[in-house]
Design a protein around this ligand. Structure first.
Ligand code: 5AD
Ligand code: SF4
Length: 436
C-alpha cells in the first residue's frame, strides 16, 4: 500500500473523542497530509471509536465494511479510540481491511504507524506509555468559537458497569502550565469559549492546585469569554470549585453531574460511593453558590436487579433536582466489567419501557426549563449559521441552543432577549442598542 496523501477522521462517542480526533487531524496535517472532504475522498480513514455502550465493536466492523470502494479497493484504515484499546490485534484478524490499530494514549505515534502500514508492516499500538502523548503533539490550529481542551484522562472509580477505567486507564492530570499554554494557543486561534474535558474533570489536580485554580487562570485570558467543564463526579466536587461558580464570572452557569440512579441500593451495586441524599445535598450547595445554574446529568436504567420501586426512585430524584437536561441510557453489559456477570440482568423490554418513562420526564423538564427562560435578557455566543436566511445559531450561558436573526459574526457574543421556547432550543431576539 502506498503512503497516503489525504485523510479523514471520523469520531464517535464523547467530547474527548472529538478532541482526540481534532488532535489526530492536526498531527496528520503537520506530517504533510491534507484533510479530505469526506471518507470517500481520503487515502487514509481514521475511525475514532467509542466502547461505552451497545454493540460498539459490531458497529465498527460494519463501518469498516462500508469503506470499501466501488472498484473493490479500500483506503488505508486506522481504528483508533476505545474499541481499538479494548480489541487490539483482534480487529485486523476479524477485518483484514484494517491497517492500523491505535489506542487513545498512543495516537501521537500515528505518523510512524502510517509509515509502517505503508511499508506493509504490522501497525498496532495500544500502549499506555509513561510519556504523555500531549507533549508530542503539534500546536493547535483554528478550532472555531467553542473549543475543547482535554485536561484530565482516565478513571480510578471503577463503577461496576463502566469500561472507561480499562480503555482509558488510570486518572492522570495534565500539568497546569501545559494546559494554560494550550488555552492561550486556542485563544490565539480565535476560540471564545473553552470546555475543559476529562472523564473526571473535577478530579484534575497539579500539586496543590485544583480545577478551580485552572479555571481562574484561564479566566484571565482576555479573549476567552466563557469557560465550561465536563464530566464531573459528585465525590470530586470540591468547595473551591463550587465557590468558583459564584466568583468567576466567565464560568458558565451549567453543571453536568452524572448520578446514574436515584436508588441507594443500585448506587451501591454500581460502586458509585455516594447515595442519593449526598447528591441532593451537593446540588443544594451548588445552587446556593449560583442560583440560576442549570443541572445536567447521566442516567442508566435497567442496571442488573433494578426493581420497579428502585427505578421510581430515579424518577423521584430527577423531579427533586429538576435537571435542565440529561442523557439517559439503557444499561449495556460491557465485557470485562463486574456488572456484566451480575445476576438478574433485566429483559430489554423492561429497560425500553423505563427509558421511555425517564426520557419523557427529562424532556418535559428540559422544555419547562426553556419556557422558564423566556423573558430573560442574556448573551449568546454565535457558533454557526442557521437554515433560514439571516439566521444564526448559538448557545446561551445555560447551554441552550438559541436561534436568532442577527448580522453578528461567528464567534461574536450578542445581547439577546429569549422570546420563544421549544423542547430542544429557544428563540432569541437581538437586543438593539438604543441610538446615542
Ligand atoms: N451501560 C449504559 N450506560 C453506560 N454509561 C457508562 N457505561 C454504561 C453502560 N455499561 C453511561 C453513564 C456514563 C455515560 C458517559 O455513559 O451514564 O455517565
Ligand atoms: Fe465510568 Fe464511573 Fe469512571 Fe465515570 S466515574 S468514567 S462512569 S467508572
Amino acid at each position: 500500500m502506498s503512503a497516503p496523501h489525504s485523510f479523514h477522521v471520523k469520531s464517535f462517542g464523547c467530547q474527548m473523542n472529538v478532541y482526540d480526533g481534532q488532535r489526530m487531524a492536526e498531527l496528520l496535517e503537520a506530517d504533510g497530509l491534507t484533510a479530505a472532504a469526506d471518507a470517500d475522498a481520503a487515502d487514509l480513514v481514521v475511525l475514532n471509536t467509542c466502547h461505552i455502550r451497545e454493540k460498539a465493536a459490531e458497529k465498527v466492523y460494519s463501518d469498516i465494511g462500508r469503506l470499501k470502494r466501488e472498484d473493490g479497493s479500500s483506503p488505508m484504515i486506522a481504528v483508533a479510540g476505545c474499541v481499538a484499546q479494548a480489541e487490539g490485534a483482534e480487529i485486523p484478524r476479524r477485518a483484514r481491511a484494517v491497517d492500523i490499530v491505535v489506542g487513545p494514549q498512543a495516537y501521537h505515534r500515528l505518523p510512524a504507524l502510517v509509515a509502517a502500514a505503508a511499508r506493509g508492516e504490522s501497525a498496532i499500538d495500544t500502549d499506555m506509555p509513561a510519556e504523555s502523548k500531549f507533549a508530542a503533539l503539534p500546536g493547535r490550529r483554528r478550532v472555531g468559537p467553542s473549543a475543547f481542551l482535554t485536561v484530565q484522562e482516565g478513571c480510578d472509580k471503577f463503577c461496576t458497569y463502566c469500561v472507561v477505567p480499562y480503555t482509558r486507564g488510570a486518572e492522570i492530570s495534565r500539568p497546569f502550565a501545559a494546559v494554560l499554554d494550550e488555552a492561550k494557543a486556542l485563544a490565539d486561534t480565535g476560540a471564545r469559549e473553552i470546555s475543559l474535558l476529562g472523564q473526571n474533570v473535577n478530579a484534575w489536580g497539579d500539586g496543590d492546585r485544583g480545577l478551580h485554580d485552572l479555571i481562574e487562570a484561564i479566566a484571565l485570558i482576555p479573549s476567552i469569554a466563557r469557560i465550561r467543564y465536563t464530566t464531573s463526579h459528585p465525590n470530586d466536587m470540591a468547595e473551591g470549585l463550587i465557590a468558583a461558580h459564584r466568583d468567576v464570572e466567565k464560568l458558565m452557569p451549567f453543571l453536568h453531574l452524572p448520578v446514574q440512579s436515584g436508588s441507594d441500593r443500585v448506587l451501591k451495586a454500581m460502586n458509585r460511593s455516594h447515595d442519593a441524599a449526598a447528591y441532593l445535598r451537593l446540588i443544594e450547595r451548588v445552587r446556593a453558590a449560583r442560583p440560576d445554574i442549570a443541572i445536567s446529568g447521566d442516567f442508566i436504567v435497567g442496571f442488573p436487579g433494578e426493581t420497579e420501586a428502585e427505578f421510581a426512585q430515579t424518577l423521584a430524584l430527577v423531579e427533586a433536582v429538576g435537571h435542565a437536561q440529561a442523557f439517559s441510557f439503557k444499561y449495556s453489559p460491557r465485557p470485562g466489567t463486574p456488572a456484566a456477570t451480575m445476576a438478574d440482568q433485566l429483559p430489554a423490554a423492561v429497560m425500553d419501557e423505563r427509558l421511555q418513562r425517564l426520557q419523557a420526564l427529562l424532556n418535559a423538564q428540559q422544555h419547562a426549563f426553556n419556557r422558564a427562560s423566556v423573558g430573560r435578557r442574556t448573551e449568546v455566543l454565535i457558533e454557526r449559521t442557521g437554515k433560514l436566511p439571516g439566521q444564526k445559531l448559538g448557545k446561551s450561558p445555560w447551554l441552550q441552543s438559541v436561534h436568532l436573526q442577527t448580522e453578528a459574526a461567528i464567534g461574536d457574543i450578542v445581547a439577546v432577549d429569549i422570546v420563544t421556547a421549544g423542547p430542544n432550543s429557544v428563540g432569541g431576539a437581538e437586543v438593539v442598542k438604543a441610538a446615542a
